[in-house]
Design a protein around this ligand. Structure first.
Ligand SMILES: NC(=O)c1ccc[n+]([C@@H]2O[C@H](COP(=O)([O-])OP(=O)(O)OC[C@H]3O[C@@H](n4cnc5c(N)ncnc54)[C@H](OP(=O)(O)O)[C@@H]3O)[C@@H](O)[C@H]2O)c1
Length: 247
């Protein structure tokens, strides 16, 4: 039985791969950087599992389709759409081509791969990694936060449809708060704070094992989530602007 993880070459995806390898699942690892994937694969093979490396740029829809065609004969029980990135900056200053590429990876790839999976497989779980940023408009991270709102809303709604259809498929949604990974460096944030990536992956893993519909890793972030439900958007914007402009 295979677990496929996109964005497995670093951060949360890499830690999830290590956890599933320890639990003796076979793995399909996807990201752009083949060397990093090969290195991880050779480390994980010591667990006597099959590890397949698929170096693809998922911001290109044609490559999403190619990936799916290459893996659809495998018994993939868990498909984790984890690859994603953000780009910090004021909307009138950030690079448009980067933002459009972010939409392609954070939204279009997740959309297409979720659809392909639930149309092809009759049982299994898609896990879509959203973010706490999904729950509040986020100045200086406007586009990123909006992509994660899309992932959140699409994934929760599709999961509900599947339940009502009495399907054996599920789409789980994960909304991590800040995690110390390469994400911050790629987003051009000057600080790298948050939950440890190993801890975050462990909490996600537990949520997936329990087949939770929605996973927020960590008590603090669960409280923040509740707060976003009861705080006026005007106040949330003020708080989020202050946090973001200190990054
Ligand atoms: N870290 C946080 O604070 C945080 C908080 C909430 C949500 N998240 C979400 O968690 C997920 C994982 O992020 P992370 O924190 O683990 O960051 P990370 O360490 O930067 O990992 C991102 C992964 O995505 C892959 N990736 C990036 N662009 C890709 C592309 N075009 N095609 C295929 N793979 C690509 C990267 O590999 P290559 O560079 O080799 O392609 C890498 O393996 C993301 O969706 C992120 O939005 C992160």
């Amino acid at each position: 039985m295979y677990v496929l993880i996109t964005g497995a070459s670093s951060g949360i995806g890499m830690e999830l791969a290590k956890l599933y390898a320890k639990a003796k699942y076979d793995l399909v690892l996807v990201a752009r950087n083949k060397d990093r994937l090969d290195h991880l694969a050779s480390e994980l093979k010591s667990e006597n599992i099959d590890v397949i490396v698929k170096p693809f740029d998922l911001s290109d829809l044609a490559q999403c389709d190619l990936l799916f065609d290459e893996i659809k004969s495998l018994d993939i029980n868990i498909f984790i759409n984890n690859a994603g990135y953000g780009n910090l900056g004021f909307f009138n200053e950030t690079q448009e081509d980067l933002e459009l590429n972010m939409l392609d990876l954070n939204i279009r790839a997740v959309q297409v791969l979720t659809k392909r999976y639930i149309q092809h497989y009759s049982t299994g779980t898609v896990v879509n990694i959203s973010s706490m940023a999904a729950f509040l408009p986020t100045p200086t991270f406007a586009t990123y936060a909006a992509t994660k709102s899309y992932v959140y809303n699409m994934s929760r709604a599709v999961n509900y449809e599947l339940k009502r259809q009495k399907s054996n498929l599920r789409v789980l949604t994960v909304a991590p708060g800040p995690v110390k990974t390469n994400f911050n460096q790629r987003a051009k944030a000057s600080i790298n704070r948050g939950m440890d990536q190993v801890k975050c992956a462990r909490l996600i893993w537990k949520g997936i094992q329990k087949r939770k519909d929605f996973i927020i890793p960590g008590f603090l972030m669960k409280m923040v989530y509740l707060m976003t439900k009861f705080t006026p958007t005007k106040l949330l914007l003020k708080a989020s602007y202050r946090i973001q402009t200190n990054k």
